[in-house]
Design a protein around this ligand. Sequence first.
Ligand SMILES: N[C@@H](CCC(=O)N[C@@H](CS)C(=O)NCC(=O)O)C(=O)O
Length: 208
Amino acid sequence: MTIDSAQQYPVLYSFRRCPYAMRARMALYQAGVQCEVVEVELKAKPTTMLALSPKGSVPVLQLPSGEVLDESLDIMRWALTQNDPAHWLSSSAITQSLIDENDTDFKSNLDRYKYPQRFPGGNSLTARDQGFDFLCKLQAQLSGNDYLLGSQVSFVDIAIFPFIRQFANTDVQWFTAQDLPGVQRWLDSLVNSVLFKTVMEKNRSYLL
Ligand SMILES: N[C@@H](CCC(=O)N[C@@H](CS)C(=O)NCC(=O)O)C(=O)O
């Protein structure tokens, strides 16, 4: 499929392997918002992107109106506000607290576990243990449910699983040996979903 050049589409500055960009791409794709995707090299960010968002993180979404969204959760919410065919925006009391914990403590432990060389003096196994506590919290949610809020995928699953995937992939043997059957099943189902596979395709210069 090619983009119709007569029409102006939102432009998404993205990095394929970034978990924040993954969740933004999934929400845009789910909402059916067609975008032009600019794959960014984090070591050589385009000046056009930095002019829109000087903080220099991906994802960044530039809307045809000129409005710029440079936080992945804002991009997800914006996309699903346009169109939310499977009601991902329905939430429960735990939605925000799980996302907050994921984006702060868990992400910090993920980085310390996955990139120990970036944290001299840090202990990657302590970080793994602390990350494991969050996985146990997810396991409690997933013991009788396919997804975090019940039988259907929602915003919180999509916002969190790219980070759990990175944590799991850091040492697959360790992850599969843990007693986390709900988390393992949940992650497997999301990673193998058509949605995730589609937004992870290489050299994808458009969404939809
Ligand atoms: N809070 C931001 C965080 C985005 C973020 O940290 N993205 C990373 C890539 S995974 C980034 O662009 N880092 C800047 C860099 O590496 O130069 C969001 O949710 O969009």
